[in-house]
Design a protein around this ligand. Structure first.
Ligand code: ZN
Length: 250
């Protein structure tokens, strides 16, 4: 946070692993001392499982995540919705619908919105059965609640020929809650932790950003780069590279 603050960056999302063994009230004070706006808490979800017990464990964990989000002032919980290769995608989608239905009353009471993040289809067997923005929009709209919306992440969605119209769709109905940027390396060496910095790869990020901004979206453009390569760098130097890539290639 000190590095971000020194670099003039005042919006961050918080991953739940950094809250482990932390007093949430102290985390909140620390955030406000550094002038940070919390964009979202990452992450909840993983509702889909062929195992009943695991589905209940997921619901309980999401209820905890909603409490954590409220405690640190995060207005949004990002949902990686889940999938299970032992069952059909439709069955997984039913579990996702059921999971969101179960946690929505607590989310509303806590003032924390739920943001469905569609993941690239390469994760359809184990991380999310929601793989296009259309599927995420369909799911979000079926709840007809201002507390359920979607995340647009260029890494997961850049290849979709319907992306422009689906961004318009969620933007126009108030469901576009967050926007994540990074790049798709060519070739990609690891499908989890080899994301590129904006400009490294093949995604037309300015085009997607334009679609997002044309809807009137005025939230943060969040840089989200899972990368063993960049995590191994000196992080202050890396932060400067992020800023440059953001200003010049996003
Ligand atoms: Zn993302």
């Amino acid at each position: 946070m000190e590095n971000y603050s020194n670099a003039g960056i005042f919006g961050i999302s918080i991953w739940r692993n950094v809250l482990e063994n932390q007093k949430l009230s102290e985390a909140k004070v620390m955030l406000s001392d550094f002038g940070m706006n919390v964009v979202s808490l990452v992450r909840g979800g993983f509702f889909a499982s062929a195992d009943n017990k695991r589905r209940q464990v997921a619901i309980d964990d999401n209820l905890l995540a909603i409490e954590q989000a409220a405690a640190i002032g995060a207005p949004l919980l990002v949902l990686v919705c889940g999938a299970d290769g032992r069952q059909s995608l439709n069955q997984s989608k039913e579990h996702i619908r059921e999971g969101i239905t179960r946690i929505l009353p607590e989310a509303k009471a806590a003032g924390v919105k739920l943001a469905i993040e569609p993941l690239h289809p390469m994760y359809a067997a184990d991380r999310s059965a929601i793989n296009t923005l259309k599927q995420a929009n369909d799911m979000a709209e079926s709840f007809d609640s201002e507390y359920v919306g979607v995340v647009v992440d260029v890494y997961h969605l850049w290849w979709d020929e319907h992306l422009g119209q689906e961004i318009k769709r969620c933007g126009n109905n108030g469901n576009l809650l967050a926007f994540h940027v990074c790049d798709w390396n060519v070739p990609t060496i690891d499908f989890l932790n080899d994301r590129g910095l904006m400009g490294d790869g093949c995604i037309n990020i300015p085009q997607i950003r334009q679609w997002v901004e044309e809807t009137g979206f005025n939230g943060y453009n969040e840089v989200e780069v899972f990368s063993e390569k960049y995590w191994a760098m000196d992080q202050k130097t890396y932060l400067e590279r992020i800023k440059k890539a953001y200003l010049e290639k996003t």
